[in-house]
Every structure is written in C-alpha cells, then in structure tokens.
Ligand binder design. Structure first.
Ligand code: PLP
Length: 400
C-alpha cells in the first residue's frame, strides 16, 4: 500500500461519481436501473462549437497557450460579464482554467493557509469542503434548511463568520438543490459581508443560464458593487453549453488574485486545452438560440419530478429555480420500513433501498452535508425521468 499525503487523507472521494459508477455497474449486469446521479446534461455540444474546435485543430492551434487563457477567450469572457451581468472587467482580471472545478481549486490554493476558514452553505456542492481541506484550511458550514428553500439566510451567514474566515462560497443556482438567490436575497447577504471587509467572496455561477419560470439571474458583484473588489465571479461552459468533457471554466476578480491563480497554474496544469479554448470562444460569442428549447425540456422534467415528490409520502422539496437538480428532504421516511422490509434509519438506507427496490440511483444528502435527503438529477431523457418519478412514488407509497 502507498501511504497518501496528510492533505489527501483529509479528503473524501466524490459521492456523485461513486453513485454514477454503481448505476453503470448494475446496468452492465443487465439490471434495469435508472441513474439520476450524474451532473451533466444529456444534450450534445452544439455543432457550431464543435466546428470551431475542428477549425482550431486544422489551423494548428494545437500548441501551448498563455497559461491562464488565450486573449480571444479572455475578451469573450469580458464581453460576457458586461453583457449578461453588467460587470466590467479587464482581461487581466480573468482566469481560464481546465474546468470550473480547477478555477475554484486554484483560487483556494492561491490564498488559503492552515487555520484559515471557508464558510460553505449546506447543502453544498460536494467538492467545496474537500478542496478547502486539500489546501490545509477548514470548512465551516452554514445551514440553509428546506424550510428556507435551501437558501442561506443572513443570520446563519453571520454565525459562521469569524476572524479566521478567508472566503465565503455562494452557489446559485445551486448544486445540489437548484435554489437560486434573488436580488433581495443577495442584498441581505451583502449587508452582512459588508461588515467583514477582509473576507473574499467566491460566487459559483456555473448554472447561470439554466433558470426557469422567468427567474432573473443576478450575481453578488452586480447587486453589491462595493463588494466587487473582493469577489471572484466564477462560471464555465460545462453545463449550459453541454461541454463537460471539454474542460473550460473561468472567473473574473481582483487582478492580484487572478495573478496568484495563474502562478499556481504555471507550476501545475499549465494552460487549458488550446482546442477547447477556441471552442469556448465560439460558445460565448456564438448564438445562444439552442438554450431556450433545452431549458424548456429541463423545466418540464423538473415539473415531472416535483409532481412525483408532491405525491410521495415522506418527501418534501422546494421548487428549484434552476440547474437540473431537485433535492428532496426525506425526514418523513426515516423510521419507516420499505416495501421489501428494510428499516430506513438514514438517507443512505433510503438510497440503498431506492436502488434495490425501485431501481433508481440518486445521491444521498449526507454527501452534500444535508441529511436526511437525496439529490435527483433530471439531466436524463424525458422518458427515463417520467419512469423514475413513477418508481419513486411507488417506493414511497409502499413504505410503512
Ligand atoms: N460548480 C458546480 C456547482 C458544479 O455543479 C460543477 C460541476 O458539477 C462545477 C462547479 C465544476 O464544473 P466543471 O465540470 O467545469 O469542472
């Protein structure tokens, strides 16, 4: 056995990847399982983006690039922030990394020391606390309960802040809950953050374009311009453009922070894939017409899942504003016995029974720091979402 580093020993493997693999393994054995664990759209990357990548290959754009992004992509990102978010940045304030995940890791690696704290609202995206731990710092959790629509409230934020807080993480729309902050939600959080001038703010806006029912997406630097100087506004092409495999994420923020993140990259990954960067230029600058029909599909699937939850005894969930997840609180199932006689003591029990009896794979809330519950990803075909929803209702109705 190879002894791992102290830093790595503090880190848990990704539960969402584990569930996806489990569903894949069962399917390979011929078992009819519906995987609702994956965090990626079932749609393909639009053709005009693929064409730009092919053109990049043909024209020899296949060499090292500037470490934190080609000027053309940085300019496209500057234009995107101006147009979508009314935020002004210079290219020197922009970082491009090999995915949204590395953007966040580079920011943490560039700034965190042992003893530093990072405030993370629960339920959280699985990677935030693990990245903080990998950097030797300490995650501090601030609860956003189902009663609050899984949105962090100012008093919970205030209670989690200390003189050791280095970052506060916001994620809207959220993975795993789909909850998104309105302008007034963000104004209330900004009122607290204003009183802690040394705290940096990371806003993960990865699901910005995936919002439904005319929800108006806003981001904190736009709502509270006085926090602009200490906010890292992060985003990427993975989800909205169905480009998870291309590995391009980006962020804009204070120039000194961007420079420090570039330094981390210069000695680790170097530049993101040159071809993917040109594809991302086409994604950001090109037509967004494909988004509306895709979002209409996502919204319809969300509604199917929400109807199922509404008719499933023991489950409750607020209507998510965006992303492609529903997070169901399953406190009402705990203590019950499943149709096949399994006593459900935790959300892990519920998720195991859902696989064994309903043949659907979802990710337990424990993985997101929010038990008991589970995350349903509806980024799969309409038919499978419908079928899975019926199985979920039948499972819950059979519990006594
Ligand atoms: N942030 C959130 C909230 C996510 O859900 C994900 C992907 O699951 C990421 C960041 C990372 O995206 P990427 O695949 O570009 O690394």
């Amino acid at each position: 056995q190879i002894p791992v580093s102290d830093a790595l020993s503090r880190v848990k493997p990704s539960a969402t990847i584990a569930v996806t693999q489990k569903a894949r393994d069962l399917k390979a054995q011929g078992i009819d399982i519906i995987g609702l664990g994956a965090g990626e759209p079932d749609f393909d990357t639009p053709d005009h983006i693929k064409d730009a990548a092919m053109e990049a290959i043909r024209s020899g754009k296949t060499k090292y690039t500037p470490v934190d992004g080609i000027p053309e992509l940085k300019q496209a990102i500057v234009d995107k922030f101006k147009c979508d978010n009314a935020l002004s940045y210079t290219p020197a304030q922009v970082n491009v990394s090999p995915g949204g995940k590395p953007v966040i890791y580079n920011a943490f690696a560039a700034t965190l020391n042992a003893g530093d704290e990072v405030v993370i609202p629960t339920p959280y995206w699985v990677s935030y606390p693990e990245m903080v731990a990998l950097c030797g710092a300490t995650p501090v959790f601030a609860e956003a309960s189902v009663e609050q629509g899984f949105k962090l409230k100012p008093d919970a934020l205030e209670a989690a802040l200390s003189e050791r807080t280095r970052w506060v993480v916001l994620n809207s729309p959220s993975n795993p809950t789909g909850a998104a902050y309105s302008r007034s939600d963000l104004e209330a959080l900004a009122d607290v953050l204003r009183r802690y001038p040394d705290v940096l703010i990371l806003t993960d806006d990865m699901y910005e374009h995936l919002v439904y029912d005319d929800f108006e997406f806003v981001t904190i630097a736009q709502v509270a311009p006085d926090l602009y100087d200490r906010t890292l506004t992060m985003n990427g092409v993975s989800k909205a453009y169905a480009m998870t495999g291309w590995r391009i994420g980006y962020a804009a923020g204070p120039e000194a922070l961007i420079k420090a993140m570039g330094k981390v990259m210069s000695q680790t990954t170097s530049n993101p894939c040159s071809i993917s960067q040109w594809a991302a230029v086409a994604a950001l600058n090109g037509s967004h017409d494909f988004l509306a029909p895709r979002n209409a599909k996502f919204k319809a699937r969300r509604d199917v899942v929400m109807n199922a939850i509404g008719t499933s005894p023991g489950l409750k969930a607020p209507i998510p504003e965006g992303a492609f997840y529903v997070f169901a609180d399953c406190a009402g199932l705990i203590g019950k016995t499943s149709g096949d006689g399994k006593v459900l003591e935790t959300d892990l029990d519920v998720c195991d029974a859902l696989i064994a009896e309903a043949r659907i794979a979802v990710v337990p809330g424990t993985a997101f720091g929010a038990a008991p519950g589970f995350r349903i990803s509806y980024a799969t075909s309409d038919d499978l979402v419908k079928d899975a929803s019926e199985r979920l209702v039948a499972f819950c109705r059979a519990c006594t």
